[in-house]
Design a protein around this ligand. Structure first.
Ligand SMILES: [Zn+2]
Length: 244
């Protein structure tokens, strides 16, 4: 299966759905991370540092590819025609079966507008009359992860086996999360930030009785044609017994 995980800045995927991305890659899926912007407006980190850190984090996560669309930091617009076309072109190139993307319900203006931009592109990617020189790609499944605001998840993924690697991938963005000489103090490199990320995963995990989880909302209803999905082993121990 092909999976595309979208972030607005080069560390958003790691923070919001890193455990799930690592799990999907380990399970043999082709995972592409797509960052909308290079994060140049960030308080810390040169553009070169951020590129190198994003590549290092991608290697930690074990994804097939990481690309950056290069939209202008702080000037992402949910309704911008050329930015929409860039995201649609990306979707039609990757042709993902699942897109994981960030919530537009977020106080960071780029997260809010970027989330809207991706939702708009997801819709237009499946429309034959939109930019008809590229083959359409209607994305079947879309999962939305939380930004700064909590979400009430529809789905929680058990990321107990990948949580430690997720934290390693986050720390690979050292200019953002590791305080150091010459770095400006920010909420991201303040003491306790990584612990909050971990606490979130513990709370989501608690919802399904595992150590660590990541919660998602779905963009549209999830289609089921086989309730035997629920017969697979669950976190609660035993699978539901199928009648003989
Ligand atoms: Zn961000």
């Amino acid at each position: 299966m092909r999976i595309a995980a979208f972030g607005i800045h080069p560390d958003d995927v790691e923070l919001g759905c890193g455990g799930t991305v690592i799990l999907a890659a380990r399970q043999g899926n082709e995972v592409t991370v797509v960052d909308l912007s290079e994060g140049r407006a960030s308080s810390n980190g040169t553009p070169e540092e951020r590129v190198a850190e994003a590549a290092a984090a991608a290697a930690v996560m074990g994804v097939k590819e990481r690309i950056n669309i290069g939209l202008p930091d702080t000037r992402i617009r949910g309704e911008d025609a050329s930015q929409t076309a860039a995201v649609v072109a990306c979707l039609r190139d990757i042709r993902p079966h699942v897109v994981i993307t960030s919530s537009s319900d977020d106080p960071h203006p780029d997260h809010a507008s970027g989330g809207r931009l991706i939702e708009r592109a997801l819709y237009l990617s499946g429309i034959h009359g939109y930019e008809p020189d590229r083959e359409v790609w209607p994305v079947p499944h879309v999962l939305i992860y939380a930004g700064r605001r909590e979400i009430e998840p529809h789905i929680v993924v058990d990321v107990t086996t990948t949580h430690a690697t997720k934290i390693k991938a986050i720390r690979a963005h050292a200019s953002q999360f590791v305080p150091g000489e010459g770095r400006k103090p920010t909420p991201l490199n303040a003491a306790g930030f990584i612990e909050v990320i971990e606490a979130r995963s513990r709370i989501a995990g608690r919802m399904i009785n595992v150590r660590f989880g990541e919660g998602f909302r779905t963009l549209k209803p999830v289609a089921l044609s086989d309730l035997n999905l629920f017969a697979r082993p669950t976190a609660r121990g035993k699978p539901i017994q199928r009648p003989k």
